[in-house]
Design a protein around this ligand. Structure first.
Ligand code: GLU
Length: 445
């Protein structure tokens, strides 16, 4: 495989899709050696087939706002690859959504889902609609209009959407309600559903919990105890909440959260009722964290800044792609950071990752660290298919096992010559091998 040729051909075909090209490049660079040891992959053009989505749906979503004005947004679903199972991945409602960001997320999802050990292919969708500042009824009307277009293309064994940024339990409820009305069936089709109508226990916490199980394994592999370690978390949504909850439970001290307005540093640690207050902040719909420092006066709010300037042992980007850049990585390294784990998808820029790997900082990519969310979605699908509900303990235990298995896969495929574990390489190769073998077995389709 000649990575440069493949990348320049992709760039010519999809100019300006920077995030998508960034995600593809990261995977190709890490699988290059393994790929070249398998001439049958090259002959079957596995890479050329894998980097293009199976299909993309783009549609107009028109809805009425509370003033009676007509609003128009764009809706998408990228069905990327279903070699190992039905397309599976979230919907993102955020002003930054475009085809490039959804293609990067869908591409990442293929490997992430492969790592979970469950039979799920990769997909992603969403809209440039932002729930921020919208009323409940506006959000409902938007979700219904979105579903009017998408419902025909999804199903429990075809494509199973879920939440992501801007899509939580409320939005899933509205989307699934409309889906059911149109499809006239009750087979699941969405994950992240409310507990009363087929949702799974532990799904809301799963991404954050899974991330901390993974981080704990990383630290244990270096004989480091997580107890007493300080943690910088970015974001203040569902993922940041779950991560803060589990980090605190494991004995670490979370000292930051952040929003589009800046970040909050709480030297006392964000624990107990302060963690639940994060959800209140999120549900206020204002998308700001500044009120935290008014409510808890020991905390300091830094307007327009990112938490990576603080001295911490562990850094967990939990907000959005490319939120930790090379300068941030340098700051953290200067401040003796021990571990950086992407809980958001592609939370670090390529330059930041190169630096972390070069300096041998314990670093792991989102597709391994945050796979607990989609893994628990897979467990929700299993429960729906069997028409049963597992206890929280049962789901949590399975989630924990899955995260340990992902960690083992990274160790198996990520060992460098000097004995260090390159988690980026490990996760990419492990995920890729499974998908490539499945594609080989199923012929040229
Ligand atoms: N949006 C989450 C992710 O990036 C969860 C997807 C899902 O549960 O299907 O993996």
């Amino acid at each position: 495989m000649n990575i440069n040729n493949i990348l320049s051909a992709l760039e010519a075909k999809h100019p300006g899709e920077h995030e998508y090209l960034q995600a593809v490049k990261e995977v190709l660079v890490s699988i290059e050696d393994v790929y070249n040891q398998h001439p049958e992959f090259e002959k079957a053009r596995i890479i050329e087939r894998l980097v293009e989505p199976d299909r993309i749906f783009t549609f107009r979503v028109t809805w009425l706002d509370d003033k009676g004005q007509i609003q128009t947004n764009l809706g998408y679903r990228v069905q990327f690859n279903n070699a190992i199972g039905p397309y599976k991945g979230g919907l993102r409602f955020h002003a930054s959504v475009n085809l490039s960001s959804l293609k990067f997320l869908g591409f990442e999802q293929i490997f992430k889902n492969a790592l979970t050990t469950l039979p799920m292919g990769g997909g992603k969708g969403g809209s440039d609609f932002s729930p921020r500042g919208k009323s409940n009824t506006e959000i409902m009307r938007f979700c219904q209009a979105f579903m009017l277009e998408l419902w025909r293309n999804i199903g429990p064994d075809t494509d199973v959407p879920a939440g992501d940024i801007g899509v939580g339990t409320r939005e899933i409820g509205y989307l699934y309600g409309m889906y059911k009305k149109l499809a006239r069936e009750n087979t699941g089709t969405f994950t992240g559903k409310g507990l009363e109508y087929g949702g799974s226990l532990v799904r809301p916490e799963a991404t954050g919990f899974g991330a901390l199980y993974f981080v704990n394994e990383m630290l244990k592999s270096k004989n480091i105890d997580i107890k007493g370690k300080t943690v910088a978390v970015s974001g203040f949504g569902n993922v940041a909440w779950g991560a803060t909850l589990k980090a605190t439970e494991l004995g670490a001290k979370v000292v930051t959260i952040s929003g589009p307005d800046g970040y909050v540093y709480d030297k006392d640690g964000i624990s107990g009722e302060k963690i639940e207050y994060m959800l209140e902040l999120r549900d206020s719909g204002e998308d700001i964290v500044a009120p935290y420092a008014q409510r808890y006066p020991n905390a300091v709010f830094y307007a327009g800044k990112k938490p990576w300037e603080q001295q911490v042992d562990i850094a967990l980007p939990c907000a959005i792609q490319n939120e930790l850049n090379e300068v941030d990585a340098k700051n953290l390294i200067t401040n003796n950071v021990i571990c950086i784990a992407e809980v958001s998808n592609m939370g670090c820029t390529a330059e930041a990752i190169d630096l972390l790997i070069e300096k041998r900082i314990l670093f792991a990519p989102g597709k391994a660290v945050n796979a607990g969310g989609v893994a628990t979605s897979g467990l929700e699908m299993s429960q729906n298919a069997m028409h049963i509900q597992w206890s929280a303990e049962e789901v949590d235990q399975r989630l924990h096992q899955i995260m340990n298995s992902i960690h083992s896969q990274c160790l198996q495929y990520g060992k460098e010559r000097d004995g260090c574990i390159n988690y980026v390489k490990g996760a990419n190769i492990a995920g890729f091998m499974k998908v490539a073998k499945a594609m080989m077995a199923q012929g040229i389709i």
